[in-house]
Ligand binder design. Sequence first.
Ligand SMILES: Nc1ncnc2c1ncn2[C@@H]1O[C@H](COP(=O)(O)OP(=O)(O)OP(=O)(O)O)[C@@H](O)[C@H]1O
Length: 432
Amino acid sequence: MFQKQAMLKKNASSEKPAIIVKNVTKEFIIPHERKTTLFENIKGVFRPSIYETFTALKDISFTVEKGESIGIIGDNGSGKSTLLKIISRILKPTRGSVEVNGRITPFLELGVGFQPDLTARENIEVYSTIMGLSEKEIAKNIDNVLEFAGLTKFRDTKLKNFSNGMQVRLAFATAIQKEPDILLVDEVLAVGDIDFQQKCLDVFTEYKKKGVTMLFVSHDLGAVRRFCDKTILMKNGEMLAYGKTGDVIDRYVYGVDKSEAKPNIQKCDMQQSDEMSKSQDINQKLEKKDRWGNQKVVITAVQLMDKYGGENDKFNSGDPMRIRISFNAKDPIDDPVFGIAIYNDSNILCYGTNTDIQGLSLGTIWGNGIIDIAIPSLSLLTGKFLLTVAAHAKDHVPYDWHDKKYSFIVVSTNRVNGILDLRSEWIYGQQS
Ligand SMILES: Nc1ncnc2c1ncn2[C@@H]1O[C@H](COP(=O)(O)OP(=O)(O)OP(=O)(O)O)[C@@H](O)[C@H]1O
């Protein structure tokens, strides 16, 4: 078995690459005038139509070796699907070329080739025939395909009565009957429940072992990290990075280029703070919904810093995070307490602490200052989190309380469920 795999790898290295993409550019023509009525159409004959050219892919070049699993990540509209469509020849590039060496199975768009008026069983039969399966093979596979898709009960239901998710499951289960040389997959994991996702990942893992080349568009960075050897990062139609998956995901999450620096959305309302610090009335109270306190200490900025020291609002689970609180005390304040609390988006408190609880006494503060809280490993799972930052007196009288004013996103790579990533490990010992 191992010998066979070693042979496969050896052969793969001496063969031609599976995919060579050379200087591919894709432009779409977008008409600006919509002529819907007959009158508009007749009038339009005498007037030139207005078009705009939109460049969805800009001079993309890369090579995929046989047997490699490549992730393609990037924001919505960055060109990921267009790239897969060009590789699978659904779209033609405006410039550049694509060379594919091997039999390709594209799994890109919802139910392409499926007929809404045919039943699930009939669609499997038609699509499998197009794929080149014999009648005998189709008859043998049909129950397995329906079972894989979780649609056994719906074998005689017309496709038009299926939800989007059901259609994708059926299409995927049908497409994977025949092992391809190259599999292109666009976001299949997004449509299914956890069971279906696991089944897909099992298929991909099996394919990977067998040396199938895979290109895998996904917003599930965890799945990409677990599964892909290398990853392409797309942004506005350009290939920003192509390299080791971990490095490319870090680049996406943390945007290490200065040009990609995110706007500092975490700064608090400076105008409000300035007004308050200028205020003669030290006891002036803020009664805003998300901010209150007597302003003896004013929190002037809150910054979330990633492992590279840059400001960010997205973090990998398990990575370090540093929360920097800038403050101003117009008069000397004895023993202030600074605290933070993290909530998930269902308003569940995940973590709360303050300098007092952790035994840090700040003595007397006066003027401008900064205090950081360093979190060595952010043990949260995927989700959006809200952050409260507060300065208050030891007796809990609030100086400046910023209630869930800040937010950040955590991207997890583990498939465990819940809010927290406890990084657990199973240890199995058989009883004698
Ligand atoms: N047929 C088309 N005509 C005009 N513009 C198009 C066409 N297909 C795609 N685009 C545009 O090209 C850009 C890239 O689209 P594409 O679907 O490749 O992005 P994506 O990275 O896959 O996005 P998502 O993550 O949302 O699926 C988008 O701005 C999209 O609107």
